[in-house]
Design a protein around this ligand. Sequence first.
Ligand code: XMP
Length: 222
Amino acid sequence: MLKSKIILAMDKPLSYQTLKEMENEIYGIKVGLPLVLDLGVHKTRELLNDLNVEEIIVDFKLADIGYIMKSIVEKLSFANSFIAHSFVGVKGALDELKKYLDTNSKNLYLVAVMSHEGWSTLFTDYIKNVIREISPKGIVVGGTKLDSITQYRKEFTKITIISPGMGSQGGIYGDAICAGADYEIIGRSIYNADDPFTTIKTINKIIEEKVMNCKGAIFREK
Ligand code: XMP
């Protein structure tokens, strides 16, 4: 099997046993605010602490002044990556967060294009400038907007692109990767399935086959 391209979006608890069973089938776990509100920080840390996955990404879509964003991420030391909104801008906000994360060897992802229908493209130029200035490890581009993935991939050749919206929101497994994303984020289709482990294995196979066959796929410069 190729290395998994799936980031499991955990917005709901799954048992430790299920997660342990799945760890070889996923690249990483994206931890949503609903999960942490359900379990609390302590239990979330306990649940995820000893899992063998590449990345634990906390997705609170941070959008505040630098001081507050730093106070939030320092309480979530179990994670190695964090997602923030681009629209809060650089000075006094994302510049301070990025500096803090760099100092602590943690990664930043910025939201570039959201997956839902009502996301406005009015701020695209502004968002791209913020991404250029901050130079995060990666960006989030909705897997329901394949043209946007390709456009961002061409403009930001070295950045990691992670794409939510696959499955439950209508994105087709493998399409985001074929358009230029590095990983597909999948939540409800997995954690609400009767058998999450079998489901994730099936999705991995679908993605693998699709990626082997997609012509003209734009892959990131290494
Ligand atoms: P589902 O259940 O729809 O979960 O597979 C999707 C997960 O991804 C998050 N999400 C987004 N995050 N930009 C983001 O940064 C987006 O456009 C976006 N759309 C969905 C959502 O919070 C959930 O955890």
